[in-house]
Write a protein that binds this ligand. Sequence first.
Ligand code: NAD
Ligand code: LMR
Length: 446
Amino acid sequence: MAAQQVFGNVTTMAPRIVQSVGAASLPQVGQPIVTTRMAAPAAQSTILSQPTIVSQPTVIRPATTTIAAPQAATVISGAPQTVTYAQPVTYAAPQPVTYVQPAVYTQPAQPVAAAPVEPEGNFKVCVVGGAGGIGQPLSLLMAQCPMVAELAIIDLNVAMVPAAGVEADLSHIEGKCKVTSTVLTLNEDKAIDKAGDALTGCHLVLVPAGVPRKPGQDRKDLLNINCDIAKGTVEACAKYCPDAVVALIVNPVNSVVPAMCELWKKAGLDPRKIVGVTTLDIVRANKFVQEITGSPASIPVIGGHAGKTILPLFSQDPAGASIPAEMIPELDERVQNAGTEVVKAKNGKGSATLSMAYSGARLGKAVLSGLAGVPTVECAYVESNLFEGLPYFSSLVEFGPNGIQAVMDVGQLSEHETARLQELCPILQDEINDGLEYAQTHEFGQ
Ligand code: NAD
Ligand code: LMR
């Protein structure tokens, strides 16, 4: 694609870190990359220096194929069997208790497929806003993640549920994860003063803290209030966990991420750690394609996370590409407007929370897999030089031992996608500029 012709005054540049990839060779979203671009030796030594990582398998499978195969130990074939348990019986003299296992548990013996291999890790994760609409289910999902050994929840004293209650609740779930909580008093406490214990040692900080929109509002309407909230969190991360990956869910992502990343850079920190979470757009596109085609899909969604800046690349997935061209504009708009669909349906009581928690956990696990030495690809909105004039852009990103390891170019686009890319560039540019302006007029610590 001759991008220079496509974008008028927005021209393409060579991708910053990675090779160009054609549609046919695009890695699958959510899938670890098994190529020669696996972590470089230097990066590997970083991984090994992480004290708690035990072994590092080289491959994990995409979510769609990770259904646990029946374990040999649980397969019972043939006639019902008798199992004898010696159990103490409290109301009578100790006796052996006999259970006859019902035949319905019988399954045909199957070859046991290789169990999905997940990287091992003992990471510390913090969810800021962890007692909110997204924060609670996101905390649940992260507490269940086998790579997470410690989950710190931070929220305000005015949260819908006290953070200590979320901590107590999650602390009763089986598994190794230790849960803690920190409460900040609204308009009094600053994270930089009170959240040191929660943030110190974090590998990943997920940030849904912020105000959601109401029907009739645009994400842009949340710019100032949510940038101020995000700044309080990000400046505390800069102090207590400057090596953590900070994943910003809070809206408007298109502006909050440039604002926070520029402030982060002004503090001399590594921009590969700041990630804007757009995974929900991919999840939605995949779902809508599956509804139409009956096949699971893996649709990259590029650009940004608001209205027309959301560009699903249906042509880059076999199921998506099978959809007739005349249906694509409407499907594209459905993905663009899916957030508004949820805001309207919730009728003033917030925006997407459950699907966002699912998506945030998916992105979080991709980041942790990368940190654990299994480079993993997801779309994310990050600092980018794929397109001149768009210093932040969402595209496929490879996460590695240091956070963002590679930003992939957008591959081959259909005619519709090419026109849409041209359309989104000036809109995204304006929204990035809003964020850059915030960063110019604000400092950490003020
Ligand atoms: P919510 O109001 O239910 O929860 C937000 C939580 O953040 C609350 O518990 C609140 O007390 C807490 N909070 C506010 N300021 C804080 C601070 N300074 N420190 C710690 N905690 C703080 O809102 P929600 O539905 O969870 O949405 C949160 C944000 O996520 C909104 O900005 C929303 O627009 C955004 N969002 C983004 C996406 C996406 O795809 N990136 C999707 C859905 C929602
Ligand atoms: C979404 O896409 O659901 C979120 O960005 C929330 C919103 O305001 O639409």
